[in-house]
Design a protein. Structure first.
Length: 438
């Protein structure tokens, strides 16, 4: 049987979710309307799978399976996806995203819903975390709750499906047959202790409006970090803002750092900031800047977002703990840094030029005169790979979801240095910066 996820022409760009579940990329409203109203192909059926608002909270998300093949994307509350099916018999199932692979075969073989579809028809299945697939029904008219659901854009690896019986990753296109999956892509099993006063801004910018060099893996790394926050570290999904590519402009930085965080973070809260993308120096002042999607290194003071400005905004929060992780570099010497045409790379002193509040800690991927590398063997940024590997394997997360920063840094720093030197003949020494070290 042939199964394919509907292509939305792809006018759709990954959008940051700013309603119920912030870590799920959504399609633009016009695409959502188009897909809800599209006629089914004459030789196929359309199956809409959705989660109504009345079901369980955002902390649990679901992977969808048809005939034991995983469909692209994970469903949060008020989300839906659409699949095109060959006519005939199929088996529908879903599992919580935090389940280990060893739990999937028995669940899928025992808890599936048999469905029969006819060509040229539409079908709808609503799911809940409170009932298994065998209690779920398929209907042929749009249910009331479906109208409020929003179309998700894609999963972190949009062209892959998982054949759970064979325990192997398959690719639906030749382009993705070389897709790399590493050990950190499988989240650790965790009993979540939800922290309602934990907030995060996660940013991944891989492509830039000014046609700057690509920051490889930045978008997928940001999506994976958001999954670790919500599924391992107890962050509510509505408390995690995910900004990617053209949804991570200078205006978005100002909006979320200087308005959204102050409006939401309460005294004693926790804040986590992750940035993966290019940094740039200001040749006139020596200041370090994050480069938004619309940033231009030739006009970095006007189009960038300086670390000083970000640290100042974060320092005004009444949070108990603020952690900033930067998979970027700022000298302009290459890697994940860019430079105005005609300017020379700078030696940035990230330690002495940084003024942090006493509740803030910064993990930077490299020293000020170094570059931040990718780890192509693993399909991640080098710094991000070991950041997540440390969270997964090194017992650095406290029961309340906070991070033992010294322990995490003690693990990742020598690992990053070793791989950078061994594989790339490059010096990359991550930095741990806090108020005590300034």
């Amino acid at each position: 049987m042939k199964i394919r996820t509907i292509n939305i022409m792809f006018i759709i760009i990954v959008a940051a979710l700013i309603n119920a579940c912030a870590s799920v990329p959504l399609a633009p409203p016009e695409a959502d309307t188009q897909i809800k109203n599209m006629p089914p192909p004459p030789d196929e059926a359309l199956l809409y799978v959705y989660r109504d608002y009345q079901f369980a909270g955002c902390a649990v998300m679901f992977n969808i399976y048809i005939d034991e093949n995983r469909v692209d994307g994970s469903l949060g509350v008020n989300n839906y996806l659409v699949v095109a099916l060959d006519p005939g018999e199929h088996r529908f199932s879903y599992v919580a995203t935090h389940l280990a692979p060893s739990e999937l075969p028995s669940y899928l073989s025992e808890g599936f819903l048999p469905v029969h579809v006819n060509p040229g028809n539409k079908y709808y299945i609503g799911i809940s975390s409170q009932h298994g697939p065998t209690r779920t029904k398929m209907v042929t008219a749009p249910p009331k709750g479906f109208a409020n659901c929003k179309l998700i854009y894609k999963s972190r690896q949009p062209s892959t499906v998982v054949a759970t019986k064979k325990r192997e990753v398959l690719s639906s296109t030749a382009e993705h047959q070389q897709t790399i999956r590493s050990d950190v892509d499988t989240l650790p099993a965790a009993t979540l202790r939800i922290n309602k006063n934990a907030y995060a801004i996660v940013i991944g910018i891989e492509q830039y409006r000014q046609k700057l060099p690509s920051a490889d893996y930045a978008v997928s790394d940001a999506m994976l970090v958001s999954e670790y926050l919500t599924k391992v570290m107890g962050y509510l999904e509505e408390n995690v803002i995910l900004l990617q590519n053209e949804y991570a402009t200078n205006v978005d930085f100002v909006k979320y750092f200087e308005k959204w965080l102050p409006n939401n973070v309460e005294p004693g809260g926790t804040v986590f900031v992750y940035f993966s993308g290019h940094g740039a120096p200001n040749p006139k002042t020596g200041d370090a800047y994050l480069v938004p999607y619309d940033g231009d290194p030739s006009f970095i003071a006007q189009t960038g977002y300086s670390l000083k400005r970000m640290y100042a905004a974060l320092g005004k929060l009444q949070a108990k703990e603020i952690v900033v992780a930067l998979d970027s570099c700022f000298s302009g010497a290459g890697g994940r840094s860019v430079l105005a045409k005609g300017a020379r790379p700078l030696v940035m002193n990230l330690q002495s030029n940084t003024v942090l509040s006493k509740n803030m800690t910064v993990l930077s991927a490299s020293a000020g005169d170094q570059i931040s590398s990718t780890y192509d063997d693993k399909g991640h940024g080098l710094f991000t790979y070991f950041l997540l590997k440390g969270i997964k394997n090194e017992d650095v997360v406290n029961p309340d979801g906070s991070i033992k920063m010294d322990d995490l840094f003690g693990y990742l720093a020598p690992q990053v240095e070793r791989i950078a030197r061994k594989q790339y003949n490059n010096e990359q020494m991550p930095q741990l910066i806090d108020a005590k070290k300034n």
